[in-house]
Design a protein around this ligand. Structure first.
Ligand code: A3P
Ligand code: MG
Length: 230
């Protein structure tokens, strides 16, 4: 469906908006039909405070990496659907339609053996946090820029990168489903200072995170604790 939207001759802002709208409409209709009693937190819908007292909340980003979606033939954009229940993420899926792949917690991904001795850190292609260059030098890592938080987390799942480090701004929908999938696959996930990622908080902002192979977590967190993220 999103692939089809890309063939309609739209460009730039119009293509971004058409993608956001089409994916939001499909997901909202499916959730309303199959899970009418659950709350939904979506990037593309008005936040309803009822979710704060709900037991089950779907946290969705209908189109993550909207910028890259609008730059065909780029394939680094994704669809995120997570389910939060009573304080925890309990299920999630990240689809990469341009790859024809969906990663989900029902069939947890098996992380391939690490192929790169030198750590590869996935970072935002358009808004990389300032400190990651210094972090990369400190732990002798290389930076791998790409779009979409979901794609970056899946790049760790797929052994294209070994870590994803972000700071400076993001929202719950950008990382909820990717984190659910990464955890199910055995990856380490936390805020950049090592504290837990908390979902369905009143504030939709969740501005920083680390997702990495477990053996890299300590050195990344130690760097942030010593140097901060400025
Ligand atoms: N500094 C920032 N402030 C707010 N949102 C940010 C951000 N950096 C990244 N994001 C959001 O995180 C997602 C992944 O970004 P990136 O591709 O740069 O890594 C994007 O989501 P959307 O595409 O859903 O808007 C983007 O808007
Ligand atoms: Mg997003």
């Amino acid at each position: 469906m999103l692939l089809e939207v890309r063939t309609q001759g739209l460009e730039g802002r119009e293509l971004k908006d058409a993608g956001d709208r089409a994916a939001q409409d499909v997901l909202a209709a499916l959730l309303a039909k199959h899970r009418p009693d659950d709350a939904v937190l979506s990037e593309e819908a008005t936040d309803d405070a009822a979710r704060l007292s709900a037991s089950r909340v779907w946290i969705i980003d209908p189109l993550d990496g909207t910028r890259e979606f609008s730059e065909p033939p780029r394939d680094d954009w994704a669809v995120h659907v997570a389910l939060w229940q009573d304080g925890e993420l309990v299920a999630g899926a990240v689809a990469q339609p341009a790859l024809g792949e969906t990663f989900n917690t029902g069939t947890p991904s098996v992380i391939p053996p690490r192929t790169s001795e030198r750590p590869r850190i996935a970072v935002s292609r358009s808004r990389p946090p300032a400190f990651v260059q210094a972090l990369a030098e400190a732990i002798d890592a290389e930076l791998v820029p790409m779009g979409s938080a979901g794609v970056k987390v899946m790049s760790v799942v797929r052994d294209i990168a070994d870590a994803y480090v972000h700071a400076g701004g993001q929202y719950q929908w950008d990382n909820a489903a990717p984190v659910a999938v990464a955890r199910a696959a055995g990856l380490f996930c936390s805020r950049v200072d090592g504290s837990p990622l908390v979902y369905n908080g009143a504030d939709t902002s969740l501005p920083d995170l680390i997702v990495c192979r477990p053996e890299l977590a300590e050195s990344i967190i130690a760097f942030v604790r010593e140097h901060g993220t400025d």
